[in-house]
Design a protein around this ligand. Sequence first.
Ligand code: 3HC
Length: 293
Amino acid sequence: MAIERVGVVGAGLMGHGIAQVAAQSGYDVVVREIDQERLDKGMGRIEKGLARAVEKGRMQQTEADEVRSRISPTLDYGDLADCDLVIEAIDEDLGAKLQMWREVDNIVKDEAIFATNTSSLGVMDQAAATKRPDRFLGLHYFNPAQVMKLVEVARAVTTSDETFDTGVSFAESEKKLGVKTKDKAGFIVNRLLVPYMLDAIRAYEEGVGSIEEIDAAMKAGAGHPMGPLTLADFVGLDTMGSICDVMFDEFRERRFAQPPTLRKMLAAGWYGQKSGKGFYDYSGDEPVMNPQL
Ligand code: 3HC
């Protein structure tokens, strides 16, 4: 089916970017959040991103205004009713996702496709909570969604060929690379990236290098744009913790287990950049290594 109107549930770190990319690609977008504060924050991020694009000469002001006008923020699931595609970008909490899908499934038109942006949870588990498991798939974006080229298009066992193809075409219509993958925890990228970041934490615990040394080494030695501990802070340590738990549960391998340092940081409420503290402290002009670690 032709996609014209896209619903995005969640306007957080990923949701606001997913909404912005869809609007920039010409889609009408409805973004739903649970409260006004979160909704305003997400819309503020989008507006800031558009202003930055204009400032850097990547977009004309008129185009930025058009993109913004295509996005309708809402607190009401009812506004998603006419969407052709609904992309979920809420917390990595299966219970919360299932509850959301059950509610949305009763509101959104029957022919619409549902997609989860989950990093690690089962696509099938979510599809089964709806009356449209054939029109359900994973569309996994990467942070920042406005910049990163990849969308993993994940197929549950019930996903129809038509839905899967629509997912790939949708990613391509956003000028993304849509890579097909199966409904396995972590898909392709997190299956490889998460154990890498966890190994960096273990290397730090073992004194192989300091936080800065580990990051600097991987940037200069492997050509990565960010070191692994900066990246962990950037992804969000809470998100990483949730992904670890799901992957450890699925594969039962030590490489997916949360290292003690990560556990302590999560208990302390240090979630990385988003909370102002993680492996680095972000309270000053420049991040500095967290002196409390
Ligand atoms: N929104 C829009 N544009 C952004 C942006 C954002 N949030 N962040 C950066 N950009 C743009 C900048 O405007 C700039 O564009 P320009 O070259 O046209 O001026 C360009 O990206 C580069 O940005 P900066 O100069 O500010 O900074 P960097 O060169 O350091 O790049 C980065 C920033 C793109 C984030 C880069 O460091 C990077 O690629 N890091 C790795 C990110 C990564 O690996 N992401 C995947 C994480 S895993 C994941 O998301 C999966 C999940 O399930 C866990």
